[in-house]
Design a protein around this ligand. Structure first.
Ligand code: DGJ
Length: 728
């Protein structure tokens, strides 16, 4: 049993293979957090020893006990306004205008399997893979009920959490905050890691000491954003890749989010993660329920690498779905950087012919095939083939491409609308804007009101028509701006605060419908590259275009940051031309292939423009990806260097059974008169013997892990590294 309950002490213990999470409903019904960490087999309440802290008041029922304060105790889900002055998890305004919530234990239930969340993406599991605990809390004065849901997936060392908030009363209540996670850690010294960035430079890892007070990351852009990924790590100062304690939290949500970390007066840490409260108001009428998105939590006391392995497996096997979840992904060629908007049928076929000849599996036609779309000023919303550009139509083009032995994919940006479009001329009211206020434009475009069912219906219909009109195997779902000017005609004035979350629910509803209607289509997520790279989108799209930055050198840093939570199979990564279109940098062709291979591999250039030698390299890279692809996507991923701090980006894929290992990456710079660099491998069987491909050299696993491998001599900048070892 993953969930154990001491009924007398009201202690709830959630156990995974290597971790333990514990809480207790105390004498006053306050649900205290007792422990998240290594398995101890013990009631951890002995650590709860609190002094009388001045200015931290006491609940009424505690009488003269000045040591009992909501302001100091570790809480499972902190309410607001009743004496805990730290960051709350939930806040509400009642009919009388007051805004307090004092949540106390009411009941609990244990259920087999993993709970689901209606309308929201969530971890799924077979009934024998998970167990669910529901703890019901009720406010002491109002009719607000909060059910905390915990699912335990023991084999993955994973605990998931979300909250269901119900109004049991007759009068409406307005939620002003409803976090998914509140995690109080009362002991230890912690640092935090987050992943910040910008367009074309996403998920830059940053590790910082926690200072006293509140530190926060978040997005108010309506998307999870390029700027702050909805994932956070807490780790002990001595935590490395292979040693030390760490906790990871990933929000399964694609909209605005916030994570606040508060280091309180006693040095305790509270982490509160969920929908961004600045863009959230939700009215609960009598009997209504609000469900928060889910947070995935994992703990490791063997460093960050173990934590990443938990998340990789959990996301790949329990978030991603559908036919392509575990399947080998097609090697594709995307025409965006090859042509931008300047293409016609002939040009696309010309690109396709060479790609087919070199072994590419699929051609993806990017932006510009529809409506009036010769640049980014117009056309969005008109999802009808532009027959001036694609003479003969889409069906004809797809058949010709299929005739070359390739499959076909197509780009959409469903959530957007150009003012210069037939859709806008017909339905200007479908664009998000506040009446009488000029909306922000970004990339010249406006955003469709995804909270409006008519918009969802239109998009389902036009996209289905396109997908039925030809044999289309892949959809790239793009989204190229941040959202502002929140307003929807579908809600009254006093409920406009619900719009940002309703947008996300509308997006998910459409994705659910389309992915269900087209189960054979591979959906790839995208938002100007990786601006919506989150576990929520991965529930619908098993891969996401990682970044608009295709420069192999910069990509190593982006992919490094991405790897802490997200599996390699989720990372869309392509070889592009040089000088690189984003940075002007020139990197060797082989290096570009090596970096792109740490993902769902493809090309983003006109292969006709390559030299004969480079074309041969393309064929060789594809052969290599077909050979190593299963190891890359199913093996365990190891970060061998930190490219943010070292002069090399090196990573490794090791087979789960230790039978083979692939080391890849690049050495950033060459130096004269230096020893060749080595790197120590990980995850091998020390006793086994491994041969380096292309040589007769045999090593023990112990040697490769202790002595390391001798890397190629760096020559020039960005020397590629690919070394494959097989068990002999
Ligand atoms: C942004 C994407 O990230 C690119 O790959 C490309 O699809 C463009 N949008 C097209 O407008």
């Amino acid at each position: 049993m993953a969930i154990q309950i001491d009924a007398e002490k009201k202690i709830f213990t959630l156990e995974t293979d290597h971790t333990m999470y514990q809480m207790q409903a105390d004498a006053y019904g306050v649900l205290r957090h007792l422990w998240y960490g290594a398995k101890t087999g013990c009631d951890m309440s002995y650590l709860q020893d609190y002094p009388d802290v001045g200015f931290s008041g006491n609940i009424y029922a505690a009488g003269n006990d000045r040591t009992y304060s909501l302001d100091t105790l570790p809480l499972e889900y902190a309410g607001a306004g009743v004496g805990d002055f730290r960051v709350p998890a939930v806040a509400a305004v009642h009919a009388d205008g007051s805004s307090a919530l004092d949540l106390r234990y009411y009941s609990h239930t244990v259920k087999p399997g993993k709970y689901g969340i209606e309308g929201l993406p969530a971890v799924y599991a077979a009934e024998d893979e998970a167990e669910t605990l529901e703890v019901v809390l009720r406010d002491t004065a109002s009719a607000v009920e909060v059910t905390l849901l915990y699912a335990v997936l023991p084999a993955l060392d994973l605990v998931t959490r979300c909250a269901r908030i119900r109004n049991l009363g007759e009068t409406p209540v307005t939620l002003t905050k409803a976090a998914s996670l509140c995690l109080d850690i009362s002991r230890g010294s912690w640092e935090w890691v987050h992943f910040h960035g910008r367009h074309a430079m996403e998920r830059q890892m940053e590790r910082r000491l926690l200072f006293h007070g509140i530190q926060e990351i978040g997005s108010t852009r309506g998307t999870s954003s390029h700027h702050q990924n909805p994932t956070v790590l807490l780790c002990t100062p001595d935590c490395t890749e292979t040693a030390g304690a760490c906790i990871g939290a990933a929000l399964v949500y694609s909209g605005s989010h916030q994570t606040r970390l508060e280091c309180d007066q006693l040095g305790q840490v509270r982490m509160v993660m969920g929908i961004h409260p600045d863009l959230f108001r939700w009215e609960l009428k009598a009997g209504e329920t609000f469900s928060t998105p889910e947070v995935m939590l994992s703990y490791s006391d063997t460093g960050l690498e173990t934590l990443s392995h938990h998340f990789h497996q959990a996301i790949r096997e329990h978030i991603c779905r559908g036919k392509y979840q575990l399947a080998e992904r097609p090697v594709l060629i995307n025409n965006w950087e090859a042509t931008y908007f300047g293409f016609d049928t002939e040009k696309i076929l010309h690109i396709a012919e060479e790609a087919a000849r070199l072994g590419v599996d699929m051609l993806v036609l990017d932006d510009g095939w529809f409506g009036k779309r010769d640049d980014d000023c117009s056309g969005l919303g008109d999802w009808f083939v532009n027959e001036t550009k694609l003479s003969g139509g889409l069906h004809d083009l797809v058949e010709k491409i299929k005739g070359m032995g390739m499959r076909f994919g197509i780009w959409f940006e469903p959530e957007m609308i150009s003012e210069d479009s037939d859709l806008y001329r017909k339905h200007p009211d479908w664009a998000i804007r506040i009446p009488d206020r000029a909306p922000m434009r970004s990339r010249y475009q406006l955003v469709l009101d995804m909270a409006n069912p008519e918009v969802q219906e239109y998009l389902f219909r036009v996209m289905s028509d396109v997908l039925h009109s030809a044999d289309i195997s892949y959809v790239k779902w793009d989204m190229n701006r941040s959202i502002s000017d929140w307003y929807t005609r579908t809600l009254p004035a006093d409920r406009q605060g619900e719009m940002p979350h309703r947008y996300v629910l509308g997006l998910y509803a459409l994705l659910e419908r389309l992915t269900a209607a087209f189960p054979d289509v591979l959906f790839e997520g995208c938002s100007g590259g990786g601006g919506r790279f989150d576990a929520g989108m991965l529930y619908y799209c098993p891969q996401i275009w990682c970044s608009d930055d295709t420069d192999a050198y910069e990509r190593t840093k982006i992919q490094y940051g991405t790897s802490f939570f997200y599996p390699v199979s989720a990372v869309g990564s392509h070889v592009s031309t040089v000088p690189n279109h984003q940075t002007g940098r020139i990197t060797p062709f082989e290096t570009r292939g090596t970096v792109a291979m740490a993902g769902s591999f493809g090309y983003e250039l006109d292969l006709n423009l390559l030299s004969d030698g480079e074309k041969q390299e393309v064929a060789e890279q594809i052969r290599q990806f077909k050979t190593y692809g299963p190891l890359i996507h199913n093996g365990k991923y190891y970060r061998l260097t930190n490219p943010m701090a070292e002069d090399a980006a090196l990573w490794e894929f090791a087979a789960q059974d230790g039978s083979e290992v692939l080391v890849q990456g690049m050495l950033f710079h060459a130096e004269a008169n230096v020893l060749r660099r080595t790197v120590q491998l990980r995850g091998l069987d020390a006793e086994k013997r491994y041969r380096l491909d292309g040589t007769e050299q045999v090593y023990t696993g112990a040697a490769l892990m202790a002595g390391g491998v001798l890397l190629p001599k760096a020559w020039g900048d960005y020397t590629p590294v690919t070394m494959h070892f097989s068990e002999v």
